[in-house]
Design a protein around this ligand. Structure first.
Ligand code: ATP
Length: 510
């Protein structure tokens, strides 16, 4: 995988992601999506939406406002409990999330473990049984036990809100500030992540509001509206994508952790008592969705939570191997009836479902799937970016995006800027643009144009040359193999539709 700095600079250089308000030196942990980034982001969002809403007859979508009545956030528990443990280093004056310091310490142990495994794999060659080695090698087992012990203690301390113990853990592990190397820490404190603002023009009557820290609550407060107007029967789901805002303590990993970001969430409403089964099913379905993009099974893993949020009776993350290690990409949470019961209490309105078959009213339980769109973007983008050595000794930068997600699907390149080839190319573009995102490029030698499209992640380049004038064929070049084949213009539509049809990707998860 490519170096993280290279990923950030490629994202900027090729018009994917810019720092926000860059002419004023940017704004910490806020980013803008540029012309290619917005297309990649939209394609990821569409891929999610189609798999959730279009392919499930019992899931519908909504789009609720970012501003919500402030009581929403009392009921949801965010006012009291949406905190992260914060710790300052007295020498560097840098602020950290205490839990992240401990987790990063564990990642370092994990790296040592990976090195042991890689060494052994080299030593044993084809006979190497990795699973057996992990189970039996004394050093590896020791590392794993240490990680488990640390994470368990961290989880239990956070669960009990025992912040002194979190500080003790940091001291016992001799964790130093990554910036200054000092171990001179303050106490651990809780910090609320919600952004506050005001609604209304006059100072005395203005209402205190929050920018939503998750999209889920817009779904809960509309649960009965949607169920009744959609005549939906349990089990059913409500999906939404939209912006969320969190005043993150530390946000230094590009678009991995932003203060303004986008979520793609789905709340699945089920009868009480069936949550375990649905939780497992959604874990599986969501993992399959990720795998359908072909980014390698080995790059995903589940992480079951020790510390559960105030609303959950089970929770797991789907982690992805980012350039800085395995980190959360998506959360799957069994949220019980916590949110609906709490909204009933705070609003005084009933939020119950009448089950005609059972002839009874109940508050449904909920299983949630929640994935960050920006994090998904980073996963795809960082996985795709490669520096490749070619047979002739030269190298190329290529963005091997799953072709279904690429911002531009096809680039049309006339071989030369004369002899009627540009006109032919433009005509081809006009024909193909009804079904695909197409670009046209006639500047520079064709080799350089290929490189430019490789760096943008365009899966197919179509070259129009003199032979095209004679026999109505073009060459089509595959980004990944760099192989070119001749194909008739007539057959082009069918070929591209087959390669770029959502169906052929999403079918894998059915
Ligand atoms: P983390 O532990 O990384 O802070 P979280 O557990 O608080 O994440 P959730 O509340 O479960 O995250 O949110 C669901 C998803 O939203 C996450 O899996 C992640 O993909 C995304 N997400 C959460 N916070 C951010 C953020 N600050 N920037 C970008 N994406 C985020």
């Amino acid at each position: 995988m490519t170096d993280f700095k290279k990923i950030i600079s490629h994202a900027k250089q090729y018009g994917f992601v810019f720092p926000s308000s860059e002419i004023y030196d940017g704004l910490s942990a806020v980013y803008d999506y540029a012309q290619n980034g917005v297309a990649l982001k939209k394609n990821i969002r569409d891929y999610w939406w189609k798999s959730m809403v279009q392919l499930h007859h019992n899931i519908v979508g909504i789009d609720t406002a970012i501003f919500m009545h402030p009581t929403t956030w009392k009921a949801s528990g965010h006012v009291d409990a949406f905190n992260d443990p914060l710790i300052d280093n007295k020498d560097s004056k840098k602020r950290y999330r205490a839990d992240v310091l401990v987790e990063d310490y564990c990642s370092k142990i994990e790296n040592k473990m990976d090195k042991e495994i890689a060494k052994a794999a080299k030593r044993f060659g084809d006979d190497f049984d990795q699973e057996e080695f992990i189970k039996t090698n004394r050093r590896v087992v020791g590392y794993q036990e240490k990680i488990n012990q640390i994470l368990k203690r961290l989880g239990q301390s956070l669960e009990k809100e025992d912040l002194t113990n979190v500080k003790n853990l940091i001291e016992e592990l001799e964790i130093a500030c990554p910036e200054s190397g000092s171990r001179n820490w303050t106490e651990v404190k809780q910090f609320n992540l919600m952004f506050g603002t005001k609604l209304g023009a006059s100072a005395d009557s203005a209402m205190d509001l929050y920018l939503r820290p998750e999209t889920a609550q817009g779904i809960f407060v509309n649960f009965l509206n949607v169920q009744k107007t959609g005549r939906l029967k349990i089990p059913f789901g409500i999906a939404q994508t939209g912006k969320a805002f969190r005043n993150e303590i530390v946000a230094r990993q590009f678009i991995f952790r932003m203060r303004e970001f986008e979520q793609m969430e789905m709340q699945f409403f089920i009868p009480p008592g069936t949550q375990k089964e649905w939780y497992n099913q959604w874990k599986e379905t969501r993992l399959k969705w990720h795998l359908s993009l072909g980014m390698g099974e080995e790059n995903y893993r589940f992480h079951d939570h020790e510390k559960l949020a105030h609303y959950a009776d089970a929770a797991a993350d789907i982690e992805f191997k980012f350039p800085f290690g395995f980190k959360e990409l998506e959360g799957i949470h069994s949220r019980t009836d916590f949110d609906l019961v709490s909204h009933e209490e705070f609003s005084g309105k009933k939020l119950q479902y009448f089950d005609h078959e059972q002839n009874e009213n109940y508050v449904p339980y909920v299983v949630e799937t929640s994935v960050g769109l920006d994090r998904m973007f980073l996963a795809v983008f960082s996985w795709a970016l490669r520096e490749e050595m070619l047979e002739d000794g030269s190298s190329r930068t290529v963005l091997k995006l799953p072709s279904i997600l690429a911002p531009i699907k096809i680039a049309i390149l006339p071989l030369v800027k004369k002899d009627g080839l540009p006109e032919l190319g433009k005509k081809l573009m006009d024909d193909l643009k009804w079904n695909h995102e197409v670009s046209y490029d006639e500047k520079d030698a064709v080799g350089r144009r290929y490189r430019r499209q490789d760096a943008l992640g365009t899966p197919y380049c179509i070259t129009v040359d003199h032979q095209t004038l004679e026999d109505q064929t073009v060459t089509i070049r595959d980004r990944d193999t760099m192989k070119q084949e001749r194909i008739s213009i007539e057959a082009l539509g069918g070929f591209l539709n087959k390669k770029l049809d959502f169906k052929n990707w999403l079918k894998k998860i059915q």
